[in-house]
Design a protein around this ligand. Structure first.
Ligand code: UD1
Length: 422
């Protein structure tokens, strides 16, 4: 298994191109199931999660080709021959549940394995299922699979989520495009990935209003057609690389970055003493004079501070002056990076959903273990700032969500390399 070795100490300077959003692409790809016509996605990220979704769609009979070195995905569902998403693929990636709504809408039938446990918490799919039931789906749980049918097709309905779920909003939104009548989704997620999905579905002929607000209205249509859609910039990759110069003390321009994607995150950086400037090509980030200041952070659905940047922010705050508090409100078990950061000399107390970080002058390199996707990159960021070498093990988590991390960081002067394991 590969590891990544980082030697800390160099201030970073240069530019980093930001890829298309993994989480947007993972919901745009299943949208192919809604039409016989071709769907083309440009600006796709080259990640193992995208390959997993490719395998899942291919197992249903969809054609998926990666063109231009994986930057463009050409998808077609004109010859689907299965409506069953097998456990072997679904267990690898929770986002697999996103095929449920589109399969059901198009074929009136779907069988999707339940995703099972996940390192960052229980993460059930009850909201996805209840939402689809509101559109007339009949569901049965059998042998670890959800068997869903909608004889005569789905019908529009009112879906009011008790709390915000990105995936459940996406599943219901896709299903509603082909349902008979009007669907109103209340307490919908407002993430940029939802807005991107709605834009793509609209280009495919769907009638959608209100995306980006907490109420989305969908007027069902008889059929969708093909489209070409550019995947939105990855705001989590953007935020992660914004932290690289913040933590090392340099200046990096994140190409393709836009402030509206990371507003609440950039506000916290400003409080911590990091300047973020909009340029013609993206966002330029540099550390103002002096030490990082401690800040308090609470994760929340968009437009709040993203849970997917909490681990990386913690890495920054490990060397801040004073005591920071990070409140995790989305996932119940998302501090597994804390003990690894402590192996590097960080002072962190975790109690329930709150981590208290007392800043130290300098972190020290150590062998550490990546426990999930965002945790793994937080350890790389910490390694960039630490004295000596940090060896991050189990980097397959990293490859799920970050393309060519070593290349992007070494182009800005970081000493980082992949060590191939057996
Ligand atoms: C998506 C993102 C993930 C991000 C998360 C929150 C993708 C592929 N993944 O995940 O990177 O961390 O949004 O921004 O886009 N929940 C339930 N029942 C459900 C669904 C969710 O209880 O049916 C809970 C979850 O356990 C969690 C919270 O709701 O505590 C929010 O989860 P959700 O927004 O659904 O996250 P995902 O769509 O899985």
């Amino acid at each position: 298994m590969d590891s990544i070795c980082v030697t800390g100490g160099a201030a970073l300077a240069g530019e980093i191109p930001i890829a298309g959003a993994k989480n947007a692409c993972l919901t745009l790809m299943p949208a192919t199931l809604l039409t016989d016509d071709p769907l083309t996605l440009t600006n796709a990220p080259r990640l193992s999660d995208i390959r997993t979704m490719t395998l899942l769609l291919q197992s249903l009979g969809a054609e998926v080709s990666a063109l231009q070195e994986g930057r463009v995905l050409a998808l077609s569902s004109h010859a689907l021959d299965s409506h069953r998403a097998e456990y072997d693929i679904v267990r690898k990636m929770r986002a697999s549940i996103l095929v449920l709504g589109p399969l059901l809408a198009r074929h009136g039938e779907a069988e999707v394995s339940l995703p099972g446990g996940c390192a960052i918490g229980a993460r059930p799919v009850d909201l996805h299922l209840k939402g689809l039931e509101q559109l007339g789906a009949v569901l049965e749980l059998k042998d670890g699979y959800v068997h869903a049918t909608a004889k005569g097709g789905l019908r529009g309905g009112r879906v009011s989520f008790p709390f915000v779920s990105v995936g459940a909003t996406e599943n219901v939104l896709m299903a509603a495009t082909l349902a008979k009548g009007t669907t109103v989704i209340e307490n919908a997620a407002r993430e940029p990935e939802i807005v991107d999905l709605a834009r793509c579905l609209r280009a495919m002929g769907a009638a959608i209003e209100g995306e980006g607000s907490d109420t989305i209205t969908v007027e069902g249509v008889d059929a969708l057609h093909g489209a070409t859609h550019q995947v939105v910039t990855d705001r989590i990759e953007l935020g992660t690389y914004m932290l690289a110069p913040a933590i090392t003390g340099g200046t990096v321009e994140c190409l393709g970055g836009r402030m509206e994607l990371v507003e609440s995150f950039a506000e916290k950086l400003d409080e911590a003493g990091i300047s973020v400037e909009e340029t013609a090509r993206g966002l330029k980030v540099s550390r103002k004079n002096g030490r990082i200041r401690a800040v308090d952070v609470e994760t929340a659905p968009f437009p709040g501070f993203p849970t997917d940047l909490q681990a990386q922010m913690m890495a920054l705050l490990c060397t801040a002056e004073g005591e920071s508090h990070l409140h995790e409100t989305i996932f119940e078990n998302r501090f597994m990076h804390a003990p690894e950061l402590m192996r590097m000399g960080a002072e962190i107390d975790v109690s329930g959903g709150t981590a208290t970080v007392r800043g130290v002058d300098r972190l020290k390199g150590a062998p550490v273990m990546a426990t999930d996707l965002r945790a793994s990159v937080s350890l790389i960021l910490a390694g960039l700032a630490a004295e000596g070498d940090t060896l991050v093990n189990r980097v397959y988590h990293l490859d799920r969500g970050y393309e060519r991390v070593e290349e992007k960081l070494s182009a800005c002067g970081a000493t980082i390399e992949r060590v191939s394991g057996s």
